[in-house]
Write a protein that binds this ligand. Structure first.
Ligand SMILES: CC(C)(COP(=O)(O)OP(=O)(O)OC[C@H]1O[C@@H](n2cnc3c(N)ncnc32)[C@H](O)[C@@H]1OP(=O)(O)O)[C@@H](O)C(=O)NCCC(=O)NCCS
Length: 150
């Protein structure tokens, strides 16, 4: 009988950060390097969770915070694992940890990224701005969004 794969969420660690950087490289045209993610392990104003299945990183979320403001930098899930609720679970993990510390979360998303925009709207984010030509590779506008962390 086929065994169900074990899936769990873990805080970023020295053990999973290589997999985090590898997944970022798969999902984005201008990913942060492994060195940057490793530096974030030492940053007390950084929070990241990885979703691990059978030892491999299949999704992650990374945020920074200053005072009561949280910024969602990156949220991604490996292609074969999408539409299984992993992104929502990763956000819920950050939200639970940061409620009481931060009151608001900000993010930017490519205008054409309808999957992410739909996801963020379903998580309670609303558009609060627009930046033309914000992204490169390819050049594209950013939709700015925010959500209350209540
Ligand atoms: C955007 C992304 C993180 C979503 O991850 P995911 O694990 O598939 O998302 P979830 O399964 O938790 O989806 C939750 C909800 O988001 C919305 N959603 C997610 N993907 C969607 C898609 N392709 N089209 C429309 N809505 C989508 C839906 O409302 C979905 O709920 P439903 O499945 O019950 O309809 C994933 O597609 C991804 O990694 N994309 C590439 C990286 C990226 O663009 N990241 C965001 C910018 S930082």
């Amino acid at each position: 009988m086929k065994q169900r794969a074990e899936r769990k969420l873990e805080l970023f660690s020295a053990e999973n950060i290589g997999g985090v950087a590898a997944l970022a490289a798969e999902c984005f045209t201008t990913p942060w390097s492994e060195a940057i993610y490793r530096r974030e392990l030492e940053n007390p104003q950084s929070v990241g969770f990885a979703c691990i299945e059978n030892g491999a990183v299949i999704g992650f979320i990374h945020c920074n915070f200053v005072l009561d403001e949280l910024t969602l930098n990156t949220l991604c899930v490996a292609e074969p694992y999408r539409r299984q609720g992993i992104a929502r679970q990763l956000w819920d993990a950050v939200r639970s940890m940061m409620q009481g510390v931060c009151t608001v979360c900000y993010l930017e998303v490519r205008e054409s990224n309808l999957a992410a925009r739909t996801l963020y709207e379903s998580l309670g984010f609303a558009q609060n701005g627009f930046r033309p030509r914000y992204y490169s590779l390819p050049e594209e506008a950013a939709i700015l969004m925010e959500a209350a962390l209540t």
